[in-house]
Design a protein around this ligand. Structure first.
Ligand SMILES: O=P(O)(O)OC[C@@]1(O)O[C@H](CO)[C@@H](O)[C@@H]1O
Ligand SMILES: [Mn+2]
Length: 446
């Protein structure tokens, strides 16, 4: 890792290859170059821990892996562990971000080199490349290590944690299930569930390095107290669009594109919101990732596992009832799961229209979009150090295939769309407000 150094040219100068002992200046892509930023902490501390845990767990579980995937898989664990250990060394010694042989990634890398490193690909290194790119690349390389082994090609090293995340939050999930089963779809109940969905994003596994995070108590009862922590609530525009949808376009089905984030308890909160939304919409398409991502992100397998698991929770009758109803929505295709590789690309969303025009036009057909979670928010605003009072719409840089709302608890140090002065106010009473997960936003654009 390069020595701490005084910058010799302005901090926005991308070819100034030394770390800086400050946080990001305004108007740059977040990078680990700035030691006081969360990007530095992530690359320096959090990612190596995540990787070490995967390596340890694989070594511990190799017999179990052999039993489930066969002897060849058990033998291949060594190959995967070797690849991961080599990869960890690249990261901690600030080696270049190497090409992967995958066209979309390699050309994105070249683009980064063009934009920030005078075209020199070898200069794009862990601590200087845009954080969003680096952190996505981290999960891509983990996946590539498993891909070396035929029987472990689609192994999900985070599956156990995701499932435990649900198991240890079943009581809270049951209370939510009981709440939606015993209440009308009134405006108040819907608003509560939107907020439940927001706060469901508070505890993801990536932030805790994969440690179990259980949700305690009744989230609905906690909403009143949590309202002081919502820094921006533009949910009224979301409800208005849904209300007007049938009159504006009587011939079109009313549909929601629900871009999911985490599996486990957060997914239960998403399903509870979706359940009550069914009184107002014709169909909900849930967008999921295709490979294990940011530890807790939902894959199609996690989606199906959760509903099936709920239906088997005989000690939790409300979970069984709603689980059965959700199975029905899937069977009747009023709920669908859509997989797309774009969500595991390094691109910010303003680049979607060019990188994946098909996905962009699919999203554009929805009446409304819901983007869940912190990573989706980072991609919405391009993981860029905007002035916090930059209008959300401006920070989207033209990305708005359909009206959209972002439900996000703040776990990374970038934000836009706050009223003037609010960032300073919160900063003075809670210095780690941007990354603690304590605060949330519900921001809307159309
Ligand atoms: O998208 P999510 O699940 O809400 O959060 C993912 C996350 O934990 O990972 C990143 C740091 O590693 C942060 O952007 C964010 O806090
Ligand atoms: Mn996530």
């Amino acid at each position: 890792m390069p020595e701490k150094n005084t910058p010799t040219c302005p901090p926005t100068c991308p070819t100034d290859l030394s770390l800086v002992d400050s946080t990001y200046p305004v108007g740059v892509p977040l990078t680990a170059k700035y030691r006081q930023g969360f990007a530095f902490k992530t690359i320096n501390l959090r990612l190596p821990v995540i990787l070490t845990k995967i390596i340890d767990q694989l070594s511990r579980d190799k017999n179990e892996i052999g039993e489930s995937y066969g002897q060849e898989a058990r033998d291949d664990v060594k190959i995967v562990v070797g690849a991961l250990a080599k990869f960890k060394n690249e990261m901690v010694t600030n080696k270049p971000i190497y090409k992967t042989g995958c066209k979309i990634w390699d050309s994105y890398l070249e683009q980064i080199a063009q934009l920030y490193f005078e075209g020199v690909v070898e200069e794009v290194k862990w601590y200087f490349a845009p954080w969003l790119h680096v952190e996505c690349y981290f999960y891509k390389r983990i996946h590539d290590a498993f891909y070396l082994s035929e029987p472990l090609k689609s192994f999900d090293p985070f599956k156990k944690q995701k499932q435990e995340g649900f198991e240890c939050s079943k009581k809270s999930a049951e209370l939510l299930a009981a709440y939606i089963s015993s209440s009308e779809s009134s405006d108040t109940v819907l608003q509560n569930l939107l907020e439940v969905g927001l706060w469901g994003n508070r505890c993801d596994l990536s932030l805790s390095g994969g440690e179990e995070v259980s949700q305690l108590g009744n989230l609905v009862d906690q909403l009143q107290g949590l309202r002081n922590f919502v820094l921006c609530d533009e949910s009224a525009s979301f409800w208005k669009i849904l209300k007007d949808a049938k009159t504006t376009n009587p011939d079109n089905p009313v549909t929601i594109g629900y871009v999911l984030d985490n599996a486990g308890f957060e997914l239960v909160t998403d399903f509870c919101l979706a359940d009550k939304l069914m009184d107002r919409v014709d169909r909900i398409d849930f967008y999921v990732k295709t490979t294990p991502w940011f530890i807790s992100d939902a894959l199609k397998g996690d989606f199906n596992w959760l509903i099936e698991r709920m239906c088997n929770c005989s000690d939790f009758p409300a979970l069984v009832t709603v689980g059965e109803r959700w199975k029905g929505y899937i069977l009747s295709k009023r709920w669908t799961v859509v997989e797309s590789e774009f969500w595991t690309y390094p691109h910010a969303f303003f680049e979607m229209q060019q990188a994946d025009p098909e996905l962009y036009s699919t999203l554009a057909k929805h009446t409304h979009l819901i983007f869940k979670g912190d990573l989706n928010y980072r991609k919405l605003i391009g993981d860029f150090s905007w002035k916090p009072d930059t209008p959300f719409k401006d920070a989207l840089r033209g990305f708005c295939p359909a009206p959209l709302i972002s439900l996000r608890t703040l776990k990374a140090d970038c934000i836009a769309g706050l009223r003037k002065g609010l960032a300073e106010e919160i900063e003075s009473k809670s210095p780690d407000w941007l990354v603690s997960g304590e605060y949330g936003i519900m921001q809307h654009a159309q």
